[in-house]
Ligand binder design. Sequence first.
Ligand code: URA
Ligand code: SF4
Length: 196
Amino acid sequence: MKQIINPKLRVIRDEVLECTKCPLYKTRIYPVIGQGNHQAEIVFVAEAPGANENKTGRPFCGQAGKVLDELLASVNIKREDIYITNILKCRPPKNRNPLQSEIDACTPYLIRQLKIIQPKVICCLGNFSSRFVMELFGLSDMYKGISRIHGQTFQGEYEGQKVAIIPLYHPAVASYNQNMIGVLKNDLMILGQLVN
Ligand code: URA
Ligand code: SF4
């Protein structure tokens, strides 16, 4: 499939490569800006780069990426069909949780990415991403922690942009809890039904 490059996403890439808006720039090797189809109907929003992603600048290139690929394969979706990004573009030291100040500094990039790509569906991986995306799309009242809302579909709207939002557990949890892969696959079936 021929990739159509969106120049507005390239502008964001160039800004992020030079970004110093929060202290995480000091310890990053490469930021992870996002990867995939610039015209994707489905965008995955995860948390932040890990050690492997920090070394390559590519999202989900490590262990959690293997889990993600297995999940996508289970619903017949290819990475090239979707776009994957994070709420934080640079790695927090030792993969600690994102700070609110970092989320505030970095998410204007994500908001711009979502406005450009205009996905129909956003899959949020993990608590921080689910909370941020649901709040952005006017669903603060529905956000009740990932263990209570995972696998449900919410209809959100932000500045006229309507999307279906599906909060999911972060695939990294499946690397230390094998039962989780079953939960994740089951939750993802809803996405398979929406798009296939
Ligand atoms: N975990 C994330 O949240 N994002 C990545 O890009 C990789 C691992
Ligand atoms: Fe900039 Fe985001 Fe990296 Fe912070 S995490 S330096 S805001 S790109």
